[in-house]
Design a protein around this ligand. Structure first.
Ligand code: GLY
Length: 573
């Protein structure tokens, strides 16, 4: 990929692993020090798309070694935990949505949980000040991590020995890989926070500036991965790794305990599904708002012939904006962990309810947010998360979105264990009913309770056509995730776009409050000008999301597209 990547060392990681139940092609090598980014591939046997080329290539090799899409997704996620530390993770959480070759639809919830010693007002000072500094950085901002449990829960659908899936990540952590220009920049920008929020200085701290092509070796992380390889869930939630996490908590006044770790479990849930014009959309249920919001938004446009309005026309953008606004108005009030709060999913998706919501829609002017729904406002979310998709020719399709919340999460690395902890506690409403430092307010549905999962926006989604995989899609981007997935699907299903266009075209985002329409760089200026005249307040954003998409073409081949907004990479064979 980049000329500056320097040393050429071949990492022949798969040849040295246990053989799986079948080997489709000879093992290949992964060059961790010189690699090309590929944005698009059309493949017959399987495809992987993720935020990092080394992760996508690892997934591809697993497919070639006879693994199915679940094997490849697990290997890709584990590799992201090494090569993409800002969002790939062991210390965070995520969601897995799959369509299995037998037609079964599965979702796994491995969202972080509030520790047992957490409390509703843990981020509120005696004088009533909401302490977002504590919910967004450092030890107290971390929920109990779920990623390792999620990976092991997904493994029951895999085929290859687990050692084979995790070994590439171990090798990349132990022997290192060349960081990209973007990664060097991110690490250089993080140095002060790393020093502030760590009790043991991690490998990411460097006296001189990080340069593109520098080798990042993560020995502690490799050892943590080896414990997971050898002991599975117990290699993380018990024993040495648990001890290192709890010791880290003690040093930094955090609250995650041995019991929190021991008691954590991922949950297999029924995916949130609905039909849109004959397509079956399969997405994530609570504690992610993603599937439900997508459902509401798509149903509110279904009978309005948006295709005839045209892509990026004033009419279609305005309709989608109003729909986004109305769906998000429900998020702050009704959505949270359904194990703790009764989320009225059926009522929120009833045809009559959605029709009623659109009653005050005026195609000629903006509906002010305060007239849509008075009440509770939203908790803002950060935009650093990561998404991956895999498909195989057996009919398995996997969409995973995983996150530490902010870029590099809490900025705290577990001393001796080498991985960042999340700052997912900030996805709770840290002070229900009272604006936090961003002026946002959250509700009871998403208030902190020990053991509860914080509300998410992640929207890993699979679209089925004739009950077979058609589109696999997802993106990072906090609250822009559901609106980006919405627009990407509308781009394909309604506007008939190519896969690349659907991913690359500028996006826009409205989340009810603040009452602002965010438009991405490249959004047509004339449309923006007209929308302003109609009463919208517009704000420019440099980028919205990093959408990854695999689409099954009419001839059965897989077209995988990686977003050009990052170093994302698509592989296939
Ligand atoms: N932390 C971002 C999300 O879960 O939506």
């Amino acid at each position: 990929m980049r000329k500056f990547l320097k040393v050429f060392i071949l990492l022949s990681f798969l040849g040295s692993c246990n053989t799986g139940k079948q080997t489709a092609v000879p093992s290949q090598t992964l060059n961790a020090f010189q690699y090309n980014i590929q944005k698009k591939v059309i493949a017959e046997n399987g495809a992987v798309v993720s935020a990092h080329t080394l992760a996508s290539k690892t997934g591809l090799e697993i497919l070639k070694q006879g693994g199915n899409a679940i094997d490849a997704a697990i290997a890709t996620q584990l590799t992201l935990a090494v090569v993409y530390p800002q969002a790939g993770n062991l210390g965070g959480g995520g969601f897995f949505v799959a369509r299995l070759s037998n037609g079964a639809l599965v979702s796994i919830d491995y969202r972080e949980k509030a520790p047992g010693n957490a409390g509703r007002d843990m981020y509120v000072d005696a004088d009533g000040t909401a302490r977002t500094d504590k919910s967004q950085n450092g030890h107290l901002s971390s929920g109990v991590p779920g990623s390792v449990w999620g990976i092991m829960a997904a493994y029951k659908y895999a085929k290859l020995p687990f050692e084979k899936l995790i070994q590439p990540a171990i090798d990349l952590a132990e022997k290192g890989f060349a960081i990209s220009e973007r990664e060097a920049k991110a690490l250089n920008g993080l140095q002060d926070e790393l020093k502030k929020f760590n009790t043991v200085m991690p490998v990411f701290v460097k006296a001189a500036k990080w340069q593109p092509g520098d080798t990042l070796i993560q020995t502690d992380l490799a050892n943590t991965l080896k414990r997971i390889r050898d002991k599975g869930v117990a290699g993380f939630y018990k024993g040495e790794t648990a001890r290192l996490i709890v010791e880290e908590m003690k040093r930094g006044s955090g609250i995650i305990s041995y019991d929190d770790l021991k008691n954590y479990t991922a949950k297999t849930r029924q995916p949130h599904t609905f039909i849109y014009k004959g397509y079956k959309i399969v997405s994530m249920p609570m504690p992610s708002s993603g599937g439900l919001l997508l459902h509401q938004m798509m149903k509110m446009i279904e009978d309005r012939n948006i295709a005839s309005m045209g892509f990026h026309s004033v009419q279609s953008v305005q309709l989608m904006t109003e729909v986004e606004k109305r769906a998000f108005a429900d998020r702050g009030e009704y959505m949270g962990d359904a194990d703790f709060y009764k989320v009225p999913v059926d009522r929120l998706t009833q045809e009559a309810y959605l029709r009623e919501k659109m009653k005050n829609y005026d195609p000629l002017k903006a509906t002010p947010s305060h007239t849509i729904k008075p009440g509770l406002l939203l908790q803002p979310e950060s935009t650093e998360t990561t998404h991956l998709n895999v498909i195989d020719k057996e009919g398995n399709a996997v969409a995973i979105t995983t996150t530490l919340n902010n870029s590099y999460g809490s900025k705290t690395v577990v001393g001796g264990a080498g991985f960042f902890l999340n700052d997912e506690m900030d996805d709770f409403s840290i002070k229900p009913g009272v604006p936090n430092m961003y002026g946002a307010i959250g509700g009871d549905a998403n208030a902190i309770v020990p053991g509860k999962r914080m509300l998410s926006s992640m929207t890993p989604t699979i679209v089925l056509k004739d009950n077979k995989p058609f589109i696999i899609v997802g993106t990072p981007g906090g609250t822009t995730i559901p609106t980006s997935v919405f627009q990407t699907l509308v781009n394909i299903i309604e506007f008939g776009m190519s896969t690349e266009e659907a991913v690359y075209q500028p996006k826009f985002h409205h989340q009810w409050l603040p009452d602002t329409l965010e438009i991405e760089k490249g959004f047509p200026q004339s449309v923006g000008d007209t929308l302003r005249k109609m009463g919208y307040i517009l704000a420019l954003r440099s980028g919205i999301g990093r959408t990854e998409l695999i689409r099954v073409l009419p001839n059965g081949t897989f077209e995988a597209v990686a977003d050009k907004r990052g170093d994302d990479d698509a592989e296939g064979w």
